[in-house]
Design a protein around this ligand. Structure first.
Ligand code: GAR
Length: 270
């Protein structure tokens, strides 16, 4: 069981998604063992306490510079024995003393489709303001590994939403959180804990993620009413289906993944 430390700064809805996913078994082989906040009074701390998870506050404002702050974070991560570090709305850019100590072991959620609207200065609502200012027609979120450059590490998963004509930064933020972040962050964490992510030439690849599976994840992100063969299936149901396949529960003689999906869900209309 991998030990997961989650770093937060604010409301913690992504942390909540992780807590819920751990409870419902979506996160396999991983346990959130500690939540570290860069701000006292962050609501994320309440969420952790309500779930019985230990919390530590390391206030950014008490440190003179990024290096000394990052050293304090590193010491705590080491003390916790973290196998995986998740930045879930953590609004501090960590110095390379942390990223070098945890290569391909820190995962971040960024509320845009990297390489758009990312890097220093792009965080929280600002990201959505910039996307709308530019006039993009789709936006989304990216789950990626963290390296020494802001938002530049290997991408694990991405999901997109349509941008409506009357979109506001707030409505876009909500749409992306609900449809992408809260689903893909737990998914990526589970993939990591299950050792299903491999790295080649600095890029991340999800092992065993078939085209069908990828389409299912994408489809489950589609808004209701939009055409998608999987739109009536939640991420959780899709994950269960694919897990059942991997566990060999469809030992029915069907030869292809598609046949297995059809059998499991005749109405899926692939
Ligand atoms: C989320 O939208 C997350 O993607 C974003 O801040 C929000 C935090 O919300 N993170 C960044 O902008 C990092 N560059 P939460 O505290 O409710 O999870």
């Amino acid at each position: 069981m991998k030990k997961i430390c989650v770093l937060v700064s604010g409301g913690g809805t992504n942390l909540q998604a992780l807590i819920d996913a751990e409870k419902s078994g979506i996160i396999k082989n991983g346990k959130i063992t500690c939540v570290i906040s860069s701000k006292e009074g962050a609501y994320a701390l309440e969420r952790a306490k309500n779930a019985g998870i230990g919390t530590v506050v390391i206030p950014r404002k008490e440190y003179a510079d990024s290096r000394s702050y990052s050293e304090a974070i590193l010491a705590e991560l080491n003390r916790q024995g973290a196998d995986l570090v998740v930045l879930a709305g953590f609004m501090v850019i960590l110095d390379e003393c942390v990223t070098k100590a945890y290569p391909y072991r820190i995962i971040n959620v960024h509320p845009a489709l990297i390489p758009s609207f990312c890097g220093e200065g792009f965080y929280g609502l600002k990201v959505h303001e910039k996307a709308l200012e530019y006039g993009v027609k789709v936006s989304g979120a990216t789950i990626h590994f963290v390296n020494e450059k802001a938002d530049a590490g290997a991408i694990i998963l991405q999901g997109a939403v349509d941008v409506a004509n009357d979109e506001t930064p707030e409505s876009l933020q909500k749409k992306i959180m609900e449809n992408v972040e809260w689903k893909l962050l737990p998914k990526a964490v589970s993939l990591f804990c299950e050792d299903r992510i491999s790295i080649k030439d600095g890029k991340a690849y999800v092992d065993d993620l078939t085209q069908e599976e990828m389409r299912a994840y994408r489809g489950s992100l589609t808004e209701p009413g939009k055409p998608s063969p999987y739109r009536d299936r939640s991420v959780e149901e899709n994950l269960q289906l694919f897990q059942d396949m991997r566990d060999g529960k469809f030992a029915d003689g069907s030869k292809t993944l598609r046949a297995k999906i059809d059998m499991a869900s005749p109405n899926m209309n692939l």
